[in-house]
Write a protein that binds this ligand. Structure first.
Ligand code: TRP
Length: 451
């Protein structure tokens, strides 16, 4: 292992929290969470999701940061080192590989959606009016049908992302999050207040929080758990990579708690803002992945000051997506720079190019290549399905097994400096509940194989 330059550490404790919140808060919170909540009928999904964050998400977040910091390297070398230290097989290194490569797969379609966001921000800023629901749908379909436009914005988004990673951990990644995350919180609060004033906050609240047991189906539980993984950036080495730049004094438990809390709050607030506006205009909450791209432009068109609010909204989504995309590139780039000794900028742009190519295929899967399907899914849906329903839960399971059952308890204790009682609580939850929850969801899926 070429231990070339000394590794960076974040400038202070807040930096790690903000950067990791930057990874967690993304399209998952503002695009995926509201549309899934809408499509799954509302509150039951929200409540199961909250339960999954507490029982599966938070414990795993701690476990992943722990491996990263203990291993002090990119996900591949960190897994190898921690496995060796605990007398486990070097095959565990594979888990690092799965994460690093899986993250690039996610990025290839994440960047395409990031491109939609930039396109819509541009439209909102230039005052494109969307008068009727039909026009909104046509506008979205027109974007998907235009390969050049998709590829153009995908290229812009990916270049923004790679440009930050190329500048380095502190002067690129840390600085970008320190600038964007406070702006993101400010815009989000403004939008929720705005939604409360001009929208129907009460209806949004009831939709999201009134518990309706009849909505609770296996499908809801499944998608809520998958979403907890996606939203907290779990199972892909992303938080592992960020954890490897964390100094030994910081408390993993406390940091993880704040990260999980902030990520959850942003999703809930975005949901409240979006549904307030959606319901006030009598629009459908369950319109699916087009929710923020079709419903909201319509709302913005019919609202005073909508051009400014609309632009701000898509800027918010852009910041969220951008800082998340950065965390999808970093694990692999860290491996290339540390293991192959390649200059960071070259590693970043080279990785970006490979992801760009796959992303172009994703762009084409909506139009020219839409005839090419596997199990009825186009490439975009295949990649989403493979990563968030297969790779993430399986590697999350492997991480829980590794930290809960393979690592020596002394080494785990060393990293998680909690008093005995809370430590035992976390450790037991990870060893039993987290593992049981993931396995149950998997078995359920095997028995009920619809999407
Ligand atoms: N959590 C991000 C979101 O909510 C997406 C993301 C970033 C991610 N890095 C990840 C998902 C690593 C899984 C693994 O949009």
């Amino acid at each position: 292992m070429s231990a070339a330059a000394p590794r960076s550490t974040w400038s202070n404790r807040w930096a790690f929290i903000l950067v990791t919140i930057g990874s967690a808060v993304g399209l998952g919170n503002i695009w995926r969470f509201p549309y899934m909540t809408g499509a799954q009928g509302g509150s039951a999904f929200v409540l199961v999701y909250l339960l999954c964050v507490a029982l599966v998400g938070l414990p795993l977040l701690m476990a992943e940061i722990l491996i990263g910091r203990r291993g002090g390297g990119n996900p591949v070398s960190a897994m190898l080192k921690v496995a060796e230290e605990n007398g486990a097989s070097p095959w565990w290194g594979l888990l690092g590989w799965i994460g690093v490569l899986g993250a690039l797969l996610i990025l290839s379609f994440y960047s395409v959606v990031g491109g939609w966001v930039v396109d819509y921000m541009y439209q909102a800023g230039s005052g494109v009016a969307v008068a009727t629901p039909e026009a909104a749908k046509q506008g979205f379909d027109a974007l998907l049908a235009d390969p050049l436009r998709l590829v153009f914005w995908h290229t812009v988004f990916l270049a923004l992302t790679v440009g930050v990673v190329a500048r380095g951990v502190i002067s690129g990644i840390e600085r970008a999050s320190l600038l964007m995350m406070p702006a993101l919180f400010a815009i989000l609060l403004f939008l929720v207040l705005w939604g409360g004033m001009v929208g129907d906050l009460r209806a949004a609240w009831h939709f999201m929080f009134d518990f309706k047991p009849e909505q609770l189906t296996g499908q809801v539980v499944l998608s809520a758990m998958g979403h907890a993984f996606f939203s907290l950036s779990l199972g892909m080495g992303a938080v592992m990579a960020y954890g490897s730049y964390l100094d030994k004094q910081s408390s993993i438990a406390r940091n993880s708690f704040w990260i999980a809390l902030a990520d959850t709050l942003v999703g809930l607030l975005a949901g409240l803002a979006i549904f307030s506006l959606t319901f006030a205009h009598g629009l459908e909450a369950g319109s699916g992945p087009g929710l923020i791209f079709q419903t909201l432009p319509l709302v913005f068109t019919h609202m005073p000051g909508g051009r400014v609010v609309g632009t701000l909204f898509f800027l918010l989504v852009l910041f969220a997506a951008w800082t998340s995309a950065i965390s999808l590139v970093e694990p692999f780039v860290a491996w290339v720079t540390e293991r192959l000794g390649v200059h960071r900028a070259i590693a970043a742009w080279g990785t970006g190019f490979a992801v760009w190519l796959l992303g172009v295929a994703v762009c084409l899967s909506f139009n020219d290549w839409s005839g090419w399907k596997l199990f009825g899914l186009n490439l975009f849906d295949q990649l989403d399905y493979l990563t968030s329903r297969v790779i993430m839960p399986l590697s999350g399971l492997a991480i829980a097994l590794f930290v809960g059952w393979i690592m020596r308890q002394k080494n785990v204790r060393d990293e998680i400096s909690l008093p005995v009682a809370p430590f035992q609580l976390w450790w037991r939850v990870l060893r039993y509940l987290t593992i049981l929850a993931i396995v149950l969801v998997f078995v359920y899926r095997l028995l009920n194989p619809d999407p």
